[in-house]
Design a protein around this ligand. Structure first.
Ligand SMILES: Nc1ncnc2c1ncn2[C@@H]1O[C@H](COP(=O)(O)OP(=O)(O)OP(=O)(O)O)[C@@H](O)[C@H]1O
Ligand SMILES: [Mg+2]
Length: 314
């Protein structure tokens, strides 16, 4: 059963088309990974879905109800973890949860119980009375998540919840997502980390320039480019001219540089392994060569022409 149904959504910022006729359904119980390069429209899509920003045309249904006329009712059942940390820095972790629980109508014993449960769930029980300014980046992220969970939403939306944090906090957050999903929560989250999507998501949607350009399970997406292969060529001196020559080969879809390794996505059977080798030889020593099946990262690269980037590396 679909709990989210978005049809033909258009959102403009001035003359810029941030969402260009987007269709998206989300089934109950899914963990949907939303991928896309910077500025693809992921945050805009999430904000339109959660009713944080309006949209110009199209239709959104959540839990079977038309979103714009049932917004308050829908919002009560959604948890939104924003891309920027939005906790109060002058309130302790506990007080932050009191505030957010209060917004959702929790009070008294029930509120207290939920705060204790939520703090334990994100591993912040011992830090309940501290100010977030005393927290590490990972702890702040976990508190940010807790604020969206205190009212036990059926549907949790997370916008890059694991950006810029230590591996331990990151694993903790991923484990949190898994457990919530096992308890029945439907999850939509955006990330730039391909391995997270590969490990966690039951379905992947890739966006670029306000469009959904791919939608399916990981095997389905990889199958789409199954007739392609990835040739890896490690060379002594990768030059722009060499990359340009490789790009001009017939059947080559994508050429990218990773350190000294050139990755070529090419049609299977186009004979490009031999051709690439002979071209590269003219440019200097070849250290190694291999050909393999494409991965999800290659699907992304082939469809968007861009590599996912880690914010920490920017
Ligand atoms: N409030 C705004 N006013 C004007 N333009 C905006 C606004 N918010 C977003 N945009 C533009 O809309 C496009 C989509 O932005 P959005 O933040 O949705 O992308 P994103 O996929 O979330 O990117 P990122 O990976 O960097 O978070 C971008 O070109 C952005 O500059
Ligand atoms: Mg964003």
């Amino acid at each position: 059963m679909a709990i989210v149904h978005m049809k033909n959504i258009v959102k403009r910022y001035g003359s810029h088309l941030a969402l260009d006729h987007v269709d998206l359904d989300i089934g109950e119980g899914e963990i949907l990974g939303l991928l896309g390069p910077n500025g693809a429209g992921k945050t805009t899509l999430i904000h339109a879905l959660a009713g944080i920003v309006g949209f110009d045309s199209g239709e959104i249904n959540v839990f079977g109800k038309e979103q714009q006329t049932n917004l308050m009712d829908i919002k009560r059942q959604i948890g939104l973890v924003t891309q920027e940390i939005t906790v109060f820095t002058d309130l302790s972790a506990q007080e932050n949860l009191e505030f957010f629980g209060g917004i959702y109508g929790l009070k008294g014993e029930k509120l207290k119980e939920r705060i204790d449960e939520t703090l334990a769930f994100v591993g912040l029980t011992e830090h309940a009375n501290k100010l977030p300014t005393k927290f590490s980046g990972g702890m702040q992220r976990r508190l940010n998540i807790a604020c969206a969970l205190v009212h036990q939403p059926k549907f949790l939306i997370m916008d890059e919840p694991t950006v810029g944090i230590d591996p331990q906090s990151r694993n903790h957050i991923l484990e949190t997502i898994r457990q919530l999903n096992e308890q029945g929560t439907t999850i939509l989250y955006t990330t730039h980390y391909m391995e997270e999507v590969q490990n966690l998501a039951t379905r992947v949607v890739i966006m670029d320039k306000g469009h959904v350009i791919a939608d399916g399970t990981i095997p389905e997406l990889v199958h789409k480019i199954q007739h392609e292969e990835k040739i890896k060529l490690e060379v002594e001196e990768p030059s722009d001219m060499l990359l340009e020559k490789l790009r001009k080969l017939e059947g080559v879809k994508q050429v990218s540089l990773h350190g000294k390794e050139i990755h070529i996505i090419s049609q299977v059977g186009a004979g490009n392994l031999d051709r690439a080798l002979s071209i590269a030889k003219d440019f200097g020593e070849i250290r190694s060569v291999s050909a393999e099946k494409p991965t999800l990262e290659d699907v992304f690269l082939t469809l968007t022409g861009k590599r996912l980037r880690d914010r920490e590396e920017e």
